[in-house]
Design a binder for this molecule. Sequence first.
Ligand SMILES: Nc1ncnc2c1ncn2[C@@H]1O[C@H](COP(=O)(O)OP(=O)(O)OP(=O)(O)O)[C@@H](O)[C@H]1O
Ligand SMILES: [Mg+2]
Length: 378
Amino acid sequence: MKIIAIANHKGGCGKTTTAINLSACLGIKGQRVLLLDLDPQGHSSLGFGVFNEDARDLYDVFTGEVSIEEIILPGVFTGVDVVPATLTLAAAEHLPVRNEERDEQLRIHLQPIRERYDYAVIDCPPSTGLLSLNALAVADLVLIPVEMSLFGLSGIDHMYKTIALMRARHNRDIPIRLLPTLVDSRTRLCRQFLHEVGERFADDVSSVMVQSTVRLKEAVRQGAPIIAYDPTSTVAVQYNRLADELMLVLDAIPASGEDRERKSPIGQMKSAIENARAQLRKFSGEQKVTLRFYDLAGKDVRLAGSFNDWVPDQGVITRWADGVVEKNVMLMPGSYEYRLIIDGVWQEDPSNPEQVLNLSGGYNSILHVEEEHEEISV
Ligand SMILES: Nc1ncnc2c1ncn2[C@@H]1O[C@H](COP(=O)(O)OP(=O)(O)OP(=O)(O)O)[C@@H](O)[C@H]1O
Ligand SMILES: [Mg+2]
């Protein structure tokens, strides 16, 4: 069993939404998944329409009243079982346990069911209390959803510090993936945040981001994950890709329950993650395409095209270097039309002679992405 802890002490950044939808996507892929709700708010079971305020939860397991097997709600969705949470779980933060075992409770209780599941997904509460520490201590990977809003980035450094302490305490690496959530790339602020996250945490940022959409709220209200409620929506595709990415990354890492001797040093871990990413790109057929624009320093340059529903900079990572504006986008092989928006003015790409007339009487530039071509410069 590989364990993904979804954590961020900042509230409302999409932890529970991600836990529900990631679990469902892994389940649909034929994986055996256990979703553990560690938040006394109990929203994870709500997302599968199975919330019961009288249910037994991990508090009863930690006090030794019942075993974890006894509280599992089986088959809440294809391949997914749930360990529910209720308000009682809040008391688990104050259980009298020996200091050296404070954050080991979850590991101990998960041990007997490790073989029954391929993945455990843990929905952490919005705090770095004992419950979250238990999740980090047993995690093979920590997924940090980061809301792309004004205060979204403020908690990340604190999360990194907490994880660094856990790494030192347990003498093992705990890889981190940052997942941009509630992304609305139409707003300038959101694009700035995406840029900042890319610059500051480059290697740790997931290649997937989750856009902001009311469809997710509607799905929760129906007690269904988005992959069942609206399987063709963009956000269903995004969570599906996240599941693919995490499966590949985790495949390259020995589980925390496995022999300590097999643990890779951090450097090896990073290259394993890089390999997994490259494989993912090959697997999905998508390639990273880089468009470079010169002499546009100081200008606000955005990219919109048939590949991002003509929403400026949606799904585009921008980098600036020495007066060159670089636009990076993941694309399948094929031909695409695009335009640039320079300081708010839509126009064809002046450096690309290949153009077609568009419906409004202007010109769209044409971009060809061929198989195996790593980079395209125009
Ligand atoms: N991508 C999204 N688009 C639109 N709304 C979203 C998205 N992700 C989450 N939400 C909404 O934002 C709110 C907070 O999301 P969620 O409960 O998943 O966050 P959380 O981090 O688990 O919060 P808490 O810290 O309170 O546990 C919810 O109402 C949810 O429906
Ligand atoms: Mg939550």
